[in-house]
Structures are given as C-alpha cells and as structure tokens.
Design a protein around this ligand. Structure first.
Ligand SMILES: NC(=O)c1ccc[n+]([C@@H]2O[C@H](COP(=O)([O-])OP(=O)(O)OC[C@H]3O[C@@H](n4cnc5c(N)ncnc54)[C@H](OP(=O)(O)O)[C@@H]3O)[C@@H](O)[C@H]2O)c1
Length: 335
C-alpha cells in the first residue's frame, strides 16, 4: 500500500475567549505505509469534544495542552490500510486518539480493534465510547440513583447528557433536562424524559426548575456549571448528590467569574458535590459495554448525531459545541 497524503487541522494560535476559525490551520502530512510494528490507518470519523477547548490553553491540566503548529488530537475510528504488526490486518476497524487528520501511521499499541457487532461505527465515539462511559460512570458512581428519585441534567441533549437522561429513566427516576432549544427538549421527551427547560427562553431558571421538579431534585448531573449549578443548589433536596462532569458555560471565559452565590446549601442540605474525569471509570469499561450494549439492543437507549463532512469542517464542528449546534454527538465524517 502506498503512503497516504493526509490533510490535518493544526492549532495555529491559542484562543482568548471563544475560539475562532483563525485559531486553526489546514496542513498536510504523510501517513507512510506501515513498516514493522507500525499500523497505517485511514480515519472514517473523528470526534470533537468540549474538553478540547481546555487543551487549546497553555495551562497545566489533567491532559497536556495541544502544541502550536501541530495537528490536534482526539478520538477517531478508522480502517487499517497496511500493517506491520501481527495483531492488525488491512480492513480492521480501530479506535484511537489521532483524530483531526485523514490518516495516521503509528505504533500498533496506539490502536484498539473494534468488533462493531452490527452497530454503526460512530457508536464507539458516542454511546459506547468516551461520552457513554462518562455518563454511565459519573451518574451511577456519584449519583447513586434510586427508583423514584428526581434527576436534573444540564446539557441534556448532548452526547453525555442524553445518555444520562436515558440511564436515569432505566433506573426508574424522574428526569428534568435543561436544553438550548425546544427541538432538543422535544427529542428528549420522545426518549421518555419527563420535562425539559429551555434555558435560553426561560426568564427564571431556578423557578422553571422548581416548577418542573416540584418534589425537588435528588441528583444533579452538571455539564454546564454557572447559573445551572446555582439553580440546582437552590432546588436540591437534603442529601442530594451532584456529579460535576463539566462546566461548559465557563470554558470560554477570560477572567475569574463569580461562583454560585448559594454554596451555603452544601452544609445545610448535606449535599455531596464530586467532580470526576472519565478515565477514573476505566475499571467499569466491561460492565459499561455489557449494560449499555444490552440497553441499545433492547431499544432502551437511542442516540442522535450531528455530522459535518470533511476535515476542513472540523473547526466548524468544534466551534458548534459552544453555540449548541449539535443534537446528540457532534462528529466529523472523513472517510
Ligand atoms: N468529566 C469528564 O471526564 C468529561 C468527559 C466528557 C465530557 N465532559 C463534559 O461534559 C459536558 C458535555 O460534553 P459533551 O461531549 O456531551 O458535549 P455536548 O453536550 O454534546 O455538546 C455541548 C453542548 O453544551 C451546550 N452548551 C454550550 N454552551 C453552553 C452554555 N454557555 N450554557 C449552557 N449550555 C451550553 C450546548 O447545548 P444547548 O443547545 O443545550 O446549549 C451544546 O450542544 C461538557 O461540559 C464536557 O466538558 C466531561
């Protein structure tokens, strides 16, 4: 198999505030035919995820920053084109972290073979991938749901949020989701979610949450932070659990913002607030695949995708995460 000329998206400059197209540049690299120990892969789909915004900053975090002038990274599924390793052959489908490019050649250890069992390959970037494990691990471990409890989910129509909503319904909970459009809310209702709040049109988020959850909330799965966290603290029942997954409303802020004004409820209501990073739930991977795979086969879990076409549109897909352009998982089709 010949070398592949691969287009890739590089980080041109570090954003201040909301990123723009000027922060990215298109380049080309060669994905060489595989030599001994190497695997050459043509990417079919790549994922864009909110955490990548943090990697665009030059700050110390749980993952290193993206390097200026180099291609970004992220989850992707691809097809093996040539292999110098006994564990892979041409035509195998693999999951790996070298998205944001059309093709890559790397050491075999970089790739994990996928047996799709008839599922679309994109499921491994969504419900059966990192966002799915985030929802499953964070909700079950920190939320500790019990049937009859009320769950509030922000960012509820996104990749993680829509999974949390459905797992909460499977566990017998009442679910209120917060979303940025009525179309997203109606989709959630079609999945069995009891009520939704359109945070962009409501005049009073806390009052809307009180109305949607008249018995209060027992679990808050936080994807958004800010005013959503403040509303959840206000409406939380005694002993409620807060799974702090993300705070996307803050990712593009340039200065220090005011915290929730009502943190004092943590004491009086005996709340548990716990942040987590998905890698901490790696030990749940087998149970996660068994449970979520089963729920998908039984029709209890469904998912949506918003798919952009072509590597040139990857920045657009990424920027769309911060304006609510996606329903379900945001992906870029490359193959
Ligand atoms: N802790 C971990 O290990 C981990 C792993 C994966 C993801 N996460 C976090 O989980 C959250 C969801 O990630 P995802 O991959 O599932 O993304 P996603 O929800 O599919 O996409 C992001 C969504 O966030 C909403 N949003 C954007 N800006 C907002 C704002 N200012 N206020 C309220 N909502 C806003 C938009 O929906 P609307 O139309 O509803 O506004 C957008 O569609 C993010 O905070 C992410 O960082 C954490």
């Amino acid at each position: 198999m010949p070398d592949i000329v691969s287009k890739e998206i590089r980080l041109k400059s570090r954003p201040s505030g909301m990123p723009t197209h000027d922060n990215f540049e298109l380049g080309t690299a060669i994905a060489a035919e595989a030599t001994k120990g190497m695997v050459q892969v043509k990417n079919l789909y790549m994922s864009v995820d909110p955490y990548m915004r943090g990697r665009m900053n030059d700050v110390k975090s749980y993952v290193p920053p993206f390097a200026l002038g180099e291609a970004l990274q992220g989850h992707a599924v691809g097809e093996v084109v040539s292999s110098g390793d006994d564990g892979f052959k041409a035509g195998d489908i693999v999951l790996h972290m070298m998205g944001w490019r059309e093709a890559i050649t790397g050491p075999a250890a970089m790739f994990t073979k996928i047996d799709a069992h008839g599922l679309p390959l994109t499921a491994f970037l969504g419900p059966l991938g990192m966002p799915g494990l985030t929802a499953y691990g964070g909700f079950l471990d920190i939320g500790k749901p019990k049937a009859g409890e009320t769950v509030f989910v922000s960012g509820a129509a996104g990749a993680v949020g829509s999974m949390v909503c459905q797992i909460a319904k499977i566990k017998g909970c009442a679910v209120v989701g917060s979303v940025g459009s009525d179309e997203k809310g109606e989709w959630l209702k079609s999945l069995g979610v009891d009520a939704y709040i359109n945070y962009k049109t409501t005049k009073d988020l806390t009052q809307s949450l009180k109305d949607a959850a008249p018995k209060g909330i027992d679990i808050y799965f936080d994807n958004v932070g800010g005013s959503h966290l403040e509303a959840a603290l206000e409406v939380a029942n005694g002993g409620a659990r807060f799974a702090e997954c993300g705070m996307i409303s803050r990712y593009n802020e340039t200065g220090q913002s005011d915290g929730p004004k009502n943190l004092i409820y943590i004491v009086g209501k005996s709340l548990t607030l716990k942040g987590f990073i998905v890698v901490q739930y790696q030990h749940m991977q087998n149970q996660f695949i068994a449970d979520v795979g089963g729920w998908i086969r039984e029709g209890k879990i469904k998912w949506e995708e918003t798919v952009k076409e072509g590597i040139e549109n990857a920045p657009d897909a990424f920027l769309g995460l911060f304006t609510g352009a996606n329903m379900g998982k945001m992906l870029v089709k490359l193959g």
